[in-house]
Design a binder for this molecule. Structure first.
Ligand code: ATP
Ligand code: MG
Length: 547
């Protein structure tokens, strides 16, 4: 027996102990109408992860019950994202629509048993007759003779009636306190081409009817889904009980994932893509798995995040700082350090020979001794970052300042001399002298407090960086002020492009997707689409405190 680490596993352990199931079989049922986002990731980690933990299996099923438009792009992307996270479904890949024939047969059986009937209320009447907590629903066609319903249902399928004319309804309980049980619709007429079934069908099962049947036909033991399906569970169980299906899956619900400064609704995400507010589904600011991947998130950091938020029954809002913390922590351990200068200014070391090149050893990763060191060339003309120099320094400024001294990381101490300006007043170059005697050693006569990073101007390569940040400014994007839309809260600084950054020569060979810590700046990943561009994954430090 596996030790339960959440309530789902407790339920599963009960079922195992009672002998209701022997092998755990779950499924992940995405609708192929968009890319997977971090919310889906929670669901799929629970589906695949729970099966894995119990030595069971998990199916991947495209939930295409709703006639949707062509979507091979989405299907392929969903598969790629799941594999990227390290999960697999072997040969158990299905489409919900493959069960249409069987689902139709089961509906016919329900009619024959008197458990379903053809209703001809218009959608408006359907709503009007729904009743309320003190009044039961009214269904004038409930006692239609079985033969008549069978005939009408067959003709519905044959395409004899217009959309909305008839529905097939389950005969359950018009007075139920759960409105989902007040004779819910099981089938409706729709004249729309299905991406896989073509025009074969003009009656389509409702999700609440199709889903339990699909689960049962696949032998799913535990159908894990998000909390909004909780009120649908009695209907799920009703369908399983009343249809002749080969197994009895159990539905268990968990809380949806919400993250601050983010929207996790496919509808909203699609809007951002279709209106070019972002640069596609894989824009590095998107909470999609392909966006996070392009940004530089690793599967390990995402799985760590999902693990830390846990599986709970209560909906809550998770701080995006936790997600950022997870990738920061992982890259801190694993990413090699490199030097990049986002805002280069020139430093000329006056007392250093013109044609000399020296190589200094710098650590590839202080957290990982096995990462070793590399050699960084030093020459007379260098770049430092404009932010590491202040002509009028604020108090406690331990970087380069007039007449001040600073350590060039892994190399000499330099002292600031003449500051040469351009005509417009900007700095053209800063002249310095290096303490060639002390070298990389520590001077005995004085203390040099600051250390800054640098690059040889002769050897440095030029590149571009995009500093990505949160896409939305508002923490709780689910609860916006009256009259405001989520697009009103787009962060104008969510992608700040900096052209002409200077990078260490070896970074020019970085492979797309390769990740580094740019020392003193943050974690960066070589973009997979734009040439010669580094995406900021996350800054070095976050303000979010992780307990
Ligand atoms: P959306 O609201 O983004 O359109 P959806 O629920 O319609 O999402 P599906 O493709 O049907 O998207 O989702 C597949 C599975 O992922 C479902 O079981 C659903 O419950 C789950 N899921 C979707 N969003 C979240 C979320 N934010 N947190 C946890 N699970 C989620
Ligand atoms: Mg859905």
């Amino acid at each position: 027996m596996v030790e339960a680490s959440n309530f789902i596993e407790e339920f599963i352990n009960e079922d195992l102990a009672e002998g209701k199931v022997t092998k755990i079989h779950t499924r992940f049922p995405p609708e192929p109408n968009g890319y997977l986002h971090i919310g889906h990731c929670k669901a799929l980690c629970i589906d695949f992860g729970t099966a894995k933990k119990y030595g069971g299996i998990c199916n991947l099923r495209m939930d295409d019950t709703n006639p949707a438009k062509e979507d091979t792009e989405f299907v392929d992307a969903i598969k790629e994202d799941i594999h990227w996270l390290g999960f697999d479904w072997d040969d158990r890949f299905y489409y919900g629509s493959d069960y249409f024939e069987k689902t139709y047969e089961l509906a016919v059986e329900l009619i024959k048993k008197g458990d379903a009937y053809v209703c001809e209320l218009t959608p408006e009447q359907f709503k009007e007759y729904r009743g309320d907590l003190t009044h039961p629903a009214i269904s004038p066609y409930r006692d239609r003779p079985i033969e008549e319903s069978l005939d009408l249902f067959e003709r519905m399928r044959a395409g004899e009636f217009p959309e909305g004319k008839y529905t097939l309804r389950a005969k359950i309980d018009l007075a139920s306190g759960n409105f989902n049980m007040r004779d819910p619709a099981l089938y409706r007429i729709r004249y729309i081409e299905h991406h896989r079934q073509g025009t074969k069908w003009c009656v389509f099962p409702m999700y609440d009817f199709a889903h339990p049947i699909q689960d049962a036909l696949e032998g799913i033991t535990h159908s894990l889904c998000s909390l909004e399906y909780e009120d649908h569970r009695p209907l799920y169980n009703w369908v399983i009980e009343h249809c002749d299906v080969p197994s009895t899956p159990r539905q268990i619900e968990f809380a949806r994932l919400n993250i601050t400064n983010t929207v996790l609704s496919k509808r909203y995400l699609r809007y951002l893509v279709e209106n070019n507010i972002v640069d596609g589904w894989d824009d590095p600011r998107m909470p999609t798995l392909c966006g996070l991947r392009r940004r530089g998130y690793t599967p390990e950091s995402i799985l760590d995040f999902i693990d830390r938020i846990g599986v709970s029954k209560a909906n809550s809002m998770v701080n995006i700082g936790l997600l950022e913390h997870c990738v920061r922590e992982e890259l801190n351990m694993k990413a090699q350090r490199r030097i990049a200068i986002l805002k280069p200014i020139k430093v000329v070391v006056d007392n250093y020979p013109e044609d000399k090149v020296e190589y200094f050893d710098v650590s590839n990763n202080p957290n990982d001794p096995e990462a070793g060191t590399r050699k960084v060339p030093f020459t007379k003309v260098l770049y430092i970052d404009a932010d590491d120099f202040a002509e009028v320094p604020p108090p406690k400024f331990f970087r380069l300042k007039p007449d001040g001294e600073v350590r060039l990381m892994g190399s000499y101490i330099i002292k600031c001399g003449e500051i040469v300006k351009n005509e417009d007043g900007t700095i053209a170059e800063i002249h310095c002298t290096a303490d060639l005697e002390v070298g990389t050693g520590v001077p005995t006569d004085r203390k040099v407090k600051g250390t800054i990073h640098w690059l040889s101007a002769e050897y440095a390569e030029t590149s571009n960086a995009i500093l990505y940040d949160r896409l939305f400014t508002e923490e709780n994007m689910n609860d916006l002020p009256e009259g405001k839309s989520y697009v009103d809260f787009l962060n104008p600084e969510s992608a700040v492009k900096i052209d002409g950054i200077k990078i260490e020569p070896c970074l020019a060979d970085a492979k797309p997707g390769e990740k580094f810590q740019f020392v003193r700046i943050g974690y960066f990943s070589k973009d997979t689409k734009n040439e010669n561009t580094f995406n900021r994954v996350v800054s070095l430090k976050g303000s979010f405190k992780v307990e």
